[in-house]
Design a protein around this ligand. Sequence first.
Ligand code: NAD
Ligand code: IPM
Ligand code: MN
Length: 360
Amino acid sequence: MNTHNIAVIAGDGIGKEVVPAAIACLERIAAIHSLGLNFTHLEWGSDHYKRHGRMMPADGLDQLAVHDAIFLGAVGDPEVPDTESLWGLLIPIRREFQQYVNLRPVKTLDGVASPLAAKNPIDLLIVRENNEGEYSEVGGRMYRGLPQESAVQETIFTRLGVSRVAHFAASLASARSGRLTSATKSNGIIHTMPFWDEVVEETVGGYPGVAVTHELVDALAAHLVLKPWTLDVVVASNLLGDILSDLGSAVTGSIGLAPSANLNPDGYYPSLFEPVHGSAPDIAGKGLANPVGQIWSGAMMLEHLGHSEAAAHLQAAFESALRDGHGTRDVGGTSSTSEFTAAVLAAIEALAADQPAVSG
Ligand code: NAD
Ligand code: IPM
Ligand code: MN
């Protein structure tokens, strides 16, 4: 039996609802496919912060490092400053473990209405740079309370940082349509962006079957709404990729659907799987959260761990539950989080019965 040690951090808000939903599905899939998924549940997040003054223990990263993957819900609590919750858990994990690719699929699903009038299927991948760029640690606030009060943050692109995410995106594009779109803002305003463009261009030059188009991000945002089906792989800096991925999830119907994989493609460190959405304090504790983004992130984790069949089974199960009209309210249905999860579990069994000899 293949055994994988997975650290689970449900975190805050709806993370505490969608993570148990996804774990129930993963446990059932693991049993059917004879996978050993050994979950270590870590009670880290804003409640931990309120008790101990930190989001995770001082040796939290060391505890995570010995796992094969990390499965995260979300962090963020109205009673804890976001600077504490994010710099105290999520951002250090992404950086310490060199999860420099944040892979965010955007795909229309049967049974979920897109708000767009045109109904062409959307199937694109956002490859977001996840370690540097606009999310740099260089900067701060000065002269608080004085008329000259100011805030500064540097954007830092490195040749290593841009080229490695561009390599990842180019190799994905080369396995798909060969079309790569790079989000940019290099029309003379943002000094760092021509460097991003140059390094992307040079890197993609090494992939003969791939053509890169540099698209200004404001126009690209409109493109994502008007003709998203013409996009295939989109590579973007940290902040631009963050914004485009929420937009991408919205055009497919709901932010509650979107998964993400924070990958260390070199495999030296554990990768982290989490939905694109946050802790949604406005709906937390009400059973309204859509668990699809979390469950789909679980399927991406199975794929990453080498279990394509198990991943496809889980994917087919939640897609079937949506197709059969069991969606939560954000996608126009009436199910609660647990009712939708029950429908996914039933679909897992039904699909297993269709294919009795499942493995891997
Ligand atoms: P959010 O993604 O939590 O919520 C935005 C809107 O989408 C809300 O109206 C919410 O109800 C809805 N929504 C989100 N997920 C949903 C789901 N699964 N089902 C149904 N509806 C859903 O973004 P926000 O409100 O801007 O941020 C809330 C907190 O989450 C903040 O503290 C923020 O910093 C944090 N955050 C954390 C992560 C993370 O941990 N990866 C990601 C984004 C935001
Ligand atoms: C995301 C989130 C995070 C980000 C925040 C919470 C720091 O919005 O994962 O998309 O900007 O990366
Ligand atoms: Mn985001």
